[in-house]
Design a protein around this ligand. Structure first.
Ligand SMILES: [Zn+2]
Ligand SMILES: [Zn+2]
Length: 446
C-alpha cells in the first residue's frame, strides 16, 4: 500500500508545480480512483494531505521545503495552506485563477446549467444527453499536463462537465440520461456562453387516401421563382395550392411545435391519380419538435378536418427512422392495386377486352423510362410484374379494370404502351389506341 501512496502525492505536487489548479481540475487527473467521490473532493483531499505533510516538515525543521509546497497550494486558493503560512508569519501569495479551466467549471458552468434547465422547460422529453464545447486551448493544456506527469487515471474536462451538468438536470427535472437515443441533446457552448437544445425527430407512420385528382403528393415549387414568390404564383412560391405533403405536415408542425417536417411516401402517384381503398403508407419525420407526446387520434382528426375532403389519413402511430427505409424498399417490391378507366379510340370487339385478363396474368413487363418523365429520370429498362388484371366493366367506348402489379411499374404506360417503350401493353395486345381517363391507387401493400 505504502509504495503506491507517494506516487499519487508526488504527481499531485508535480501537476501543481506546472500549473495553478483548482480542486476540480486537480481531482480530475485522479478521476478513476475511488467511487462515490467527485473530482472536487479528490482535489481538495490531495491538497489537504500535502498541507499536512508540509506541517510535519515544519515540525521537523525543514521549513524551506514546507514553504515551497504551501506556496503552491496557497496560490490555488487552498485556505488551510494560506492559514498555515500566515500563522508562521510567512508571506501569503496572491490567489490566481485555475490555469487549466480558467474558472470555467464554476460560475460559467452554473450559468449555462441554469440556462439549459430553463430552455428545457419548453420541451417535451423523457430522456436527455448532455454535450459541450470548450475552448481548444483548455483541451490542449489538459493533454500537455497529463503527459508531463504520465497519469493514466484521469478523465477529460468535457466528460466532467457532461456528467456534472447531467446529474444536475436529473435532479432538477426528474428526467433520465440516455446515451443511445435521448429525446433531447443539450449542448453547452462555452465559446458563445449559450445552450442549444436539439430534440431528436419524431417519426409517425400512417396511411393516406387522396380523394380528389389535381393535387400532387409533394409540394411543387413555382418553376418561375423556385419558391421565393412571384406574380405568376401569386407570391406563394408554389405551382399548386395544395399537396398531400402539406395537408398532412402542416397540422403536425403546429401540434409538435416543430421546425419542419419531412414526408416519406411508399412510392408516389401522379397528380391526376387518386389514392383510395386502403391508401398509401407514409412516414412523417417531425424535425426539432418541442412537443413529442401528442395524441395521434386528435391529430388525425385535425388533419382530416383541415384537409376538407382532399386527403384523409388513418392508422397514425409512432414509429422510428428504420420504417422509412422499409417503406422505400417495399414500395419497389410490394404489390399495388390500381383501378383504371380506359377510353378506346378505335373500333374493337368486346371479346378482345375480356382476353386481357387471360393474357396479363403473371406477366413480366419490359418498361423503358416513360417519355413523360425522361426529362428528370435516367432512361433505363425495368422489368416489372403484372400479377392480375380484372375487367370490371365494359361500355361502348370505355372499359374499367383492376390491375394488380409490382410497385414501380408505370401503369399509364402499361395501358397505352408509350409508343412501344413498354411491352407488352394493353394497347399492343388489343391493337387499338387507348387513352387513360382515370387512374386510382386502391391498395399499396406494406
Ligand atoms: Zn480548474
Ligand atoms: Zn413564382
Amino acid at each position: 500500500m505504502l509504495d503506491v501512496a507517494p506516487s499519487i502525492i508526488e504527481k499531485s505536487l508535480k501537476l501543481m508545480e506546472e500549473a495553478v489548479l483548482c480542486d476540480k481540475c486537480l481531482g480530475r487527473f485522479f478521476a478513476n480512483l475511488g467511487f462515490a467521490l467527485n473530482n472536487e473532493t479528490r482535489g481538495s483531499s490531495l491538497k489537504t494531505i500535502i498541507c499536512m505533510v508540509s506541517s510535519e516538515l515544519i515540525n521537523k525543521g525543514r521549513q524551506q521545503e514546507a514553504i515551497e509546497m504551501l506556496r503552491i497550494l496557497a496560490k490555488s486558493g487552498f485556505k488551510p495552506a494560506r492559514e498555515l503560512l500566515a500563522r508562521n508569519g510567512l508571506e501569503v501569495p496572491e490567489v490566481l485563477p485555475c490555469e487549466l479551466c480558467e474558472g470555467l467549471l464554476y460560475e460559467p458552468l452554473h450559468q449555462l446549467t441554469n440556462k439549459a434547465i430553463n430552455y428545457l422547460s419548453a420541451y417535451d422529453f423523457n430522456t436527455y444527453l448532455v454535450g459541450c464545447r470548450v475552448p481548444g486551448t483548455i483541451i490542449e493544456r489538459e493533454d500537455a499536463l497529463r503527459s508531463c506527469v504520465e497519469i493514466e487515471w484521469g478523465e477529460s474536462i468535457k466528460r466532467e462537465i457532461n456528467r456534472e451538468v447531467g446529474s444536475i438536470i436529473m435532479l432538477k427535472t426528474g428526467k433520465k440520461p440516455d446515451f443511445q437515443k435521448p429525446d433531447v441533446l443539450v449542448i453547452l457552448d462555452f465559446h458563445r456562453m449559450d445552450v442549444e437544445v436539439k430534440p431528436r425527430p419524431v417519426f409517425i407512420y400512417g396511411r393516406y387516401r387522396k380523394l380528389i385528382r389535381g393535387i400532387p403528393q409533394s409540394k411543387w415549387f413555382c418553376p418561375s421563382c423556385r419558391g421565393s414568390g412571384c406574380p405568376e404564383c401569386n407570391g406563394t412560391g408554389k405551382r399548386y395550392k395544395f399537396s398531400v405533403e402539406e395537408l398532412i405536415t402542416k397540422p403536425m408542425i403546429e401540434r409538435f411545435e416543430a421546425h419542419d417536417a419531412k414526408f416519406h411516401g411508399a412510392g408516389r402517384e401522379d397528380i391526376d391519380v387518386r389514392v383510395l381503398g386502403s391508401g398509401r403508407p407514409f412516414v412523417i419525420e417531425v424535425i426539432e419538435p418541442k412537443k413529442r407526446f401528442i395524441n395521434l387520434e386528435e391529430l388525425q382528426r385535425e388533419i382530416n378536418e383541415r384537409s376538407q375532403g382532399m386527403v384523409e389519413v388513418f392508422n397514425l402511430s409512432y414509429t422510428d427512422r428504420s420504417t422509412i427505409g422499409k417503406l422505400k424498399l417495399s414500395a419497389k417490391a410490394k404489390r399495388k392495386t390500381y383501378r383504371a378507366l380506359i377510353e378506346i379510340e378505335d373500333q374493337l370487339e368486346k371479346e378482345r377486352i375480356g382476353a386481357l385478363s387471360d393474357f396479363f396474368r403473371e406477366v413480366t413487363i419490359k418498361q423503358w423510362t416513360p417519355r413523360r418523365v425522361l426529362h428528370r429520370r435516367a432512361d433505363k429498362l425495368r422489368m416489372k410484374r403484372v400479377y392480375e388484371v380484372e375487367i370490371l366493366d365494359v361500355k361502348d367506348k370505355t372499359f374499367e379494370v383492376l390491375i394488380k402489379c409490382q410497385g414501380g411499374l408505370y401503369v399509364k404506360e402499361l395501358i397505352h404502351g408509350d409508343e412501344g417503350r413498354t411491352t407488352p401493353s394493353f394497347q399492343e395486345f388489343l391493337g387499338a389506341k387507348l387513352r387513360v381517363l382515370e387512374l386510382d391507387v386502391i391498395d399499396v401493400e406494406d
